[in-house]
Design a protein around this ligand. Structure first.
Ligand SMILES: Cc1ncc(COP(=O)(O)O)c(C=O)c1O
Length: 452
């Protein structure tokens, strides 16, 4: 039996944080490390579909889905049932001891749904751990030294991941020395082109510069892998232009570089296709999955080409909990639910894009609107001409939405991007209600900030 709460909202009964939430937040201050920062200050009680109820009875509409995880809504009944059924069988043995059906079935499914000729997988506990493993496997495959990633990227929280991640604060700052032999490249962030060029007259000069890095000493002939998000998430929902990944693929092929596609945030239907990279004609060598892979049960995956995945020797990879049976059972349900939910991304894209583009026309502070499918965001600036980032305004819009019953996230190199992760199953009227809350919040906060 999957418990039902019939949550309806958004509905604010007491301004958050209410009295019970305040008590919870005080406990957080006392007992939880300072390194964990709270984005939206309340404490949750239950969640269902597109809604979450806090401990004071407020019901929020969730456009964060736990940072891009619950693509099919909170506690989708088929998902909960699949996990419950597995709990009733066995919870853990460790695949290194003895394999089990959900792990094997999931590996087989990943071979079917991943692009190109990627046929073998390993499952880990998180996206971060999956990135670690992908790089280890690439190293064991070609034995080369350098790993490339992008300046505005995000790849997780371990030492290797923060070394790959481009954003200094808050991810890397103060944690050094970081992992050596990593170099950051310019991403195709066309709104703020690092080369000060314009698409398409730039003729992909940024890809030429990647080639130069790979083909010049000290890296010449010694680049192991390029780790890349097909559309950057934390970086601010940056989608490279058509043709970009095809060209990067060619540069990697010419230099024997393993292309590792980080689909932790873009995967599982978020962009309207199963994988973000499928918007380009580019087959990666390895694909890293997480987040929506198991709809909230902790799971990450690496799926790759046969010869690459065969290269690490027996017992060189693994972990006690990686590919836990309950998480794998959840992931199998997630694949079915995601396939069912994906067509709805067309409606989400149409409704959001229309509204965001209207805002860009109408409001001076909406500098850029970007993304694909149900992964759309907008970048806030002081004026369109100056493109000056306004992180404080962005944060105030987020908190204003929260006070009115909507969860949204910020992102971006300058913390000035509002990103929208509505659940893929959302209905149009609810989506529009959320967008109304955002528009009212922007207008109110712009007035307070004295924007024109
Ligand atoms: C693109 C990308 N890669 C990797 C990660 C790390 O995943 P996890 O938080 O599950 O460790 C994230 C998390 O936000 C991500 O967005």
């Amino acid at each position: 039996m999957v418990k039902k709460y019939n949550l309806k909202g958004p509905k604010i009964v007491v301004e958050p944080p209410g009295p019970k939430a305040k008590k919870a937040l005080a406990r957080k201050e006392k007992y939880v490390t300072n390194g964990i920062r709270i984005g939206l200050p309340t404490a949750l009680d239950v969640a269902e579909g597109p809604f979450m109820r806090d401990v004071d009875g407020n019901v929020f509409l969730d456009f964060t889905v736990g940072i891009g995880v619950h693509n099919c809504g909170h506690r989708a009944p088929e998902f909960v049932k699949a996990c419950q059924d597995q709990l009733d069988k066995f919870v853990h043995i460790c695949v290194m001891v003895t394999p089990y059906e959900p792990y094997l079935e999931l590996a087989e499914e990943m071979a079917k749904i991943c692009p190109g000729k990627m046929t073998k997988s390993i499952f880990l506990n998180s996206g971060s751990e999956a990135i670690e493993n992908a790089v280890k496997i690439a190293r064991s495959y070609n034995k080369k030294k350098w790993i490339l990633s992008y300046k505005t990227s995000f790849h997780g929280r371990t030492f290797l991941d923060i070394s790959l991640t481009g954003k200094e604060k808050p991810y890397r700052d103060g944690f050094g020395p970081l992992v050596p032999y990593i170099q950051h490249l310019d991403y195709a962030y066309c709104y703020r082109c690092p080369l000060k060029l314009e698409y398409p007259s730039c003729n992909f000069a940024c890809v030429d510069s990647i080639r130069t890095v790979m083909e010049t000493k000290p890296m010449e002939g010694d680049v192991c892998a390029l780790v890349a998000e097909p559309i950057q998430g934390e970086g601010g929902f940056i989608n490279p232009p058509p043709g970009y990944w095809e060209k990067v693929r060619k540069v990697c092929d010419d230099n024997g570089v393993v292309l590792i596609d980080d689909e932790v945030q873009t995967g599982f239907g978020r962009t309207g296709k199963m994988w973000g990279i499928e918007h380009w004609k580019c087959d990666p060598d390895m694909l890293v999955s997480g987040k929506g892979l198991s709809l909230g049960m902790p799971l990450g995956g690496v799926t790759g080409k046969e010869d690459i995945m065969a290269s690490p020797p027996p017992a060189s990879l693994g972990g006690t909990f990686g590919g836990n049976p309950v998480c794998c059972a959840g992931a199998l349900a997630s694949i079915k639910l995601t396939k069912k939910a994906m067509p709805n991304t067309k409606m989400i894209n149409k409704v959001e894009k229309k509204r965001l583009m209207e805002w860009k026309e109408q409001y001076e502070w909406v500098g850029d609107v970007r993304g694909l499918g149900a992964m759309l965001g907008m970048e806030f600036v002081k004026t369109k001409a100056s493109k000056e980032a306004v992180p404080e305004f962005t944060r105030n819009v987020q908190l204003n939405c929260f006070k009115h019953g909507l969860y949204i996230l910020t992102a971006g190199q300058f913390n000035n991007v509002i990103r929208l992760h509505p659940p893929l199953i959302i209905k149009q009227d609810l989506l529009e209600k959320g967008l109304d809350i955002i528009e009212a919040a922007m207008v109110e906060e712009a007035k307070k900030a004295g924007f024109s």
